[in-house]
Structures are given as C-alpha cells and as structure tokens.
Design a protein. Structure first.
Length: 401
C-alpha cells in the first residue's frame, strides 16, 4: 500500500518544496523520482499518469511564481519528461518479464503435475496426503519425489531424495517414478520393486554417461501395506527413518535393522533387499519425509526435530499433519529454508468395514508372517500383526523412541 502511494507523495512533495523554497531551489528531483518509483509496481497507464502529473506540477510552479519560461525551467521540464518516458519503458520491460516468468511458472506447474501428481486423498482404503515445498522461490519441482499406488499386492509407496539439483535431479526423479509405477504393478514383493528401481537408475546412468551427467544417487524408502494385513513392509535405501504415529500420540522411529546404500550405488556392493515388518493398526499414521524437514534450521542454526515436535500429538487426518509440519517449519526457519521438502503421510482409518473373510485373511497373513522362517525379508522371531485391533508392536529390528 505504501509503495503504491509513494509516487504521488513524491510528486506532491516536489510541488510543495518548489512552492515554498527559495527561487534558486527546484522540485525537479522529486518530480523525476515519482514515475521511476511507480515503474516497477504500477501499470503502464499509472506510470505514464504519474509522469504527466509530475510535468504538470513543474509547469504550475512556473506559472504560480509568475516567471517567464527560462532556459533552466526548460531543462528541468525536459528532464522530468525524459525520466517519465524512461519509467514507462522500464515498466513495459518489467511487465514483459513478469509475463515470461508467469509462463515459465505455468510450464513448471504442468511438469510437476506430470512428474509428481498429487495423490488421491483415499487410495486402497487408506487416507493419503502428500506435499512438496521447494526451497527456492518460484520453484515447483526439484530432486525430492513421492508416489503412492494401489496395486494387486496392496498399496505401495515411495519417497526419495535425489542427489544434486537442477534438471539432472528432475530427470532422475522422472526415472525413479516411472520405474516405480511399472514395478509396483508387476513385482510380487516390495524388495523386488527396490531392485527394479536400482536397475532402472543403473541403465539410465550407462545410457547418459556419454551424453552428460546423470544424478543417479537416490536415497529412498519404499513401503507396502498388504491387502488384508494390518502391517507395513518397509525397505529403506539410505534414507531418513520414517515415523509411525499412533492414534494416542505415541511415536516410533522406524530405524532399519540393517542400513543399506542408496539406490543407484549398486556397483559399490550387492546384497539382497530385505523388507522389515511393523504392525500398522487402525488410527496409525506413517510419515515419510526428506531431509528438508529434519535439517531445517532456526536463526541459531538448530535443527528442527520432528520426533520431539510430534511426540504426544494427535492429528485427525494426514492432511492436517502435513499442514502443521509445513507451517511450523516456515515459522521455525523464518521462511529461509535451504533444501526442498517432500512429505508423505498415510493413515489407516480407525473405522474399517471388513468382511469376516477379509478379517480371517488378515489373521492368516499375520500368523504366517509370525511363524514363518525369518518372516518376510528375513525379519522373524517377533509376533506378527494382530489383525489391526491391538496396540502397535514394532518388530525388534526397529529402534523406537
């Protein structure tokens, strides 16, 4: 509001100054400043109007003083008119730049929707919410990624962070998301999905090696909620540990029993991915996030701690959880974030209408996981999922706070 009024204030100040100041003084600097200040913020019509008003003020001062036009007056008037014309030109260039920026932002928004489409709020009977917050102003997409998909094997999801920035990171994101969409439908296990992503990044790295650099190093967490089972199956490839929020506010940090290298680093070592299993009862929420959340800093350089901030709190829906996190991080950092932040929250609703057959299937799956040799992915020795009605009992391979 102040910026919009300032050009008129400058013109008025020039008129008052020229009216009461000695004859050797002039208000021309104020008149010239008016249209220049208007140029970046006002429309071309308003900028031209301020310039015309400034020239009119210069002429009125000369008339009120009752002097004949002199050489000094003509120079001052010419200066004001020239500056006003330059202000209109500057305004036109700024408006042109704004239009180009708006066009680029539209293209970026379309690219984001194509690469990172917003997931539906309900997928496979689960409540879902996702959010992407870019660190750079006017940026829409970077190296963070997420995807959720309902498959014949259950709801599968991935959240990851590609090394690097710029177009290389965006290209890697598109490769990972594309490979995940295909593998999630075809692979019978979440471990198989992880291996497909590894191979996809390796292929793309070889293909691009002769062309340009490819950001093939991606930390990621893959999760699966099998059909008819109140459990999660997680594969963590060098990513920040997910959080499990119970409906009563208790929080668990899902630290993997065995840390694995990120996707795209298979050439440094080969080992089989092993899914770890944790109970996922009704009312519980799984939170996946990138380090843009946990490495956000305040003015003193202290990191934002999502574990401490979320412990003991209850959220009615994943969207409420993500909204709270983004608002808190914005306040915590003063809006000065240094890294992109991707958030994905999945909640199993408390009221689930299950047929007896489905409940029996859930119990059978749970019993099979508990009694099998090593369980899924070799994680055994701990009781299986309870069918979703009992308290959360994380597997012993997870470190819980």
């Amino acid at each position: 509001m102040v910026v919009r009024v300032l050009p008129l204030v400058l013109v008025a100040s020039g008129f008052v100054f020229g009216l009461f100041a000695p004859a050797t003084f002039t208000g021309a600097p104020f008149f010239a400043a008016g249209p220049l200040v208007a140029a970046p913020f006002a429309s071309s019509r308003v900028t031209a109007g301020v310039g015309g008003l400034a020239a009119l003020g210069e002429i009125l001062l000369e008339v009120i003083r009752g002097r004949l036009p002199t050489g000094a007056f003509l120079i001052e008037l010419t200066t004001v008119l020239t500056v006003a014309a330059l202000a209109v030109l500057i305004n036109a260039l700024i408006r042109r730049g704004d239009r180009r920026l708006a066009s680029m932002q539209n293209v970026a928004a379309v690219a984001q929707r194509a690469v990172l489409p917003v997931p539906a709020e309900r997928i496979g009977g689960l409540d879902v919410a996702a959010q992407y917050e870019a660190a750079e102003a006017d940026a829409f997409i970077g190296g963070d990624l997420y995807a959720v998909q309902d498959t014949p094997y259950g709801v599968r999801m991935v959240l990851g962070d590609v090394r690097g920035k710029g177009l290389g990171a965006v290209e890697a994101v598109s490769v990972v998301i594309g490979a995940f969409r295909e593998a999630a439908e075809q692979e019978p296990t979440v471990e198989g999905v992880a291996q497909r992503l590894e191979r996809a990044l390796a292929r793309e790295g070889l293909r691009r090696r002769a062309l340009d650099a490819f950001e093939g190093f991606t930390t990621a967490v893959l999760a699966e909620v099998p059909r008819g089972a109140a459990e999660l199956r997680l594969v963590n490839r060098g990513h920040t540990e997910p959080l499990l929020l119970e409906r009563d506010g208790r929080l668990h940090v899902l630290t993997p029993g065995e840390h694995a290298l990120p996707l795209g680093m298979g050439e440094l070592g080969a080992w089989p991915d092993r899914a770890e299993i944790i109970d996922f009862p009704p009312g519980a929420t799984l939170l996946l996030y990138t380090d843009g959340l946990s490495e956000a800093r305040d003015a003193r350089g202290r990191f934002y701690d999502p574990v401490a901030r979320l412990s003991g709190r209850v959220f009615p829906h994943p969207r409420a959880l993500l909204t709270t996190l983004t608002e808190e991080v914005r306040r915590y950092t003063g809006g000065a974030t240094t890294d992109d932040m991707a958030l994905l929250a999945v909640r199993r609703p408390e009221a689930e209408a299950q047929t007896p057959g489905a409940a029996d299937a859930a119990g059978a799956t749970s019993a099979s996981d508990a009694g099998g040799a090593g369980g899924v992915g070799g994680v055994g020795g701990v009781g299986g999922a309870s069918g979703g009605q009992g308290p959360v009992t994380p597997r012993e391979s997870f470190d819980n706070n």
